[in-house]
Write a protein that binds this ligand. Structure first.
Ligand SMILES: [Zn+2]
Length: 327
């Protein structure tokens, strides 16, 4: 009944010190819902109100403090303004941080599609290194916690990339349900979704082969789903990665127009999965980061696992559509 699995992650510190971090993945004895116990507390900065913290991702600091990954040739890899390195609080065997921009706190207008393209290129390259080093099948996913009210511990824009042999709850559910769907329908769920939504009231637009749709049953505020026309990250060209970036930037601009800013995003990569799975991204807005922000993850979400939103997805899509070309 008390089942658990363990993944170990190797962290190389810039001074050459090595650390093995242990991640326990435990199954709830009754529901089998998993929890990850990372026996390493993230470094919480003690701050006075308004003070800008020491930033590990700024130029000049990142080279000195970023944890190295044994998978990468120099422990850290660069592309444009983006850099990929080990997460010092790993969530699985392979757990990375990808810095997105040189600027510590860029305005929405300062984000470029190239920032996301370069970060995703680094993830693509790192994924191929993991796959040749390790024959195990991994679940690959990326995530963004943008700003503190969305759970971001560091202000400097960054993504995470995680490869785990054990899927998260939602990834497992998606994978299983998508396989059932594919067996019945003969087409993957996300291709079907785009087809079904394309002329409908929840379709928002397209960026370089990525179709954007408001989620029918949203997991949070302004839940947007982007579906990639190329199935896996390995197949994606630079243009497709720019398409993902373009959608994220338009979403950020839309949030700004609503006086919002914080959001979470996650990309589920189809790499390592079968034909039933297609790479797609979820974006969910969070309560805006301001001095007295409230946290929208209250008991309904944290204990009941139930999402609450205040806008109909159809109304969100209509508004975002109007904003899409002119915004
Ligand atoms: Zn910074």
């Amino acid at each position: 009944m008390f089942r658990k699995e363990v993944e170990e992650s190797m962290i190389l510190y810039p001074d050459g010190k090595m650390e093995k971090a242990r991640v326990e993945i435990r199954y709830d004895p009754l529901t089998l819902q998993t929890s990850r116990i990372v026996q390493k507390t993230p470094p919480f900065a003690e701050l006075e109100e308004g003070e800008d913290p020491f930033c590990p991702f700024c130029d000049g600091v990142i080279e000195k403090v970023a944890a190295r990954s044994p998978v990468l040739r120099d422990g850290i890899a660069w592309r444009g303004e983006a850099a990929i390195f080990s997460n010092i609080t790993p969530y699985s065997r392979y757990s990375f941080v990808v810095r997105l921009t040189r600027s510590h706190s860029p305005a929405v207008e300062d984000f470029r599609t190239s920032h996301f393209r370069d970060a995703l290129m680094l993830i693509k390259e790192t994924m191929s290194l993991i796959d040749c080093e390790d024959s195990h099948k991994y679940y690959h996913f990326a995530g963004i916690n943008y700003l503190k009210s969305a759970g971001g511990s560091v202000r400097h824009p960054h993504m995470q990339y995680i490869a785990s042999q054990i899927p998260t709850n939602y990834f497992l559910r998606l994978d299983e349900k998508a396989r059932e769907f594919y067996e019945k329908a003969g087409v993957d769920y996300w291709t079907w979704l785009v087809e079904a939504e394309k002329e409908g009231e929840r379709y928002v637009g397209e960026t370089n082969g990525v179709d954007w749709v408001a989620a029918f049953a949203p997991k949070g505020f302004y839940h947007l789903i982007g579906v990639c026309s190329e199935r896996t990250l390995a197949e994606m060209k630079k243009e497709s990665l720019e398409g993902i970036g373009q959608g994220i930037i338009r979403y950020m601009s839309f949030l700004k127009s609503k006086s919002m800013n914080a959001y979470n995003a996650s990309i589920f990569f189809a790499d390592g999965r079968g034909e039933h799975f297609r790479t797609h991204i979820h974006l969910v807005a969070r309560t805006p980061m301001s001095r007295f922000y409230w946290n929208d993850t209250f008991f309904m979400k944290i204990i009941h696992d139930e999402s609450i939103v205040y806008t109909l997805p159809e109304a969100f899509a209509a508004e975002f559509r109007g904003f899409w070309d002119g915004g």
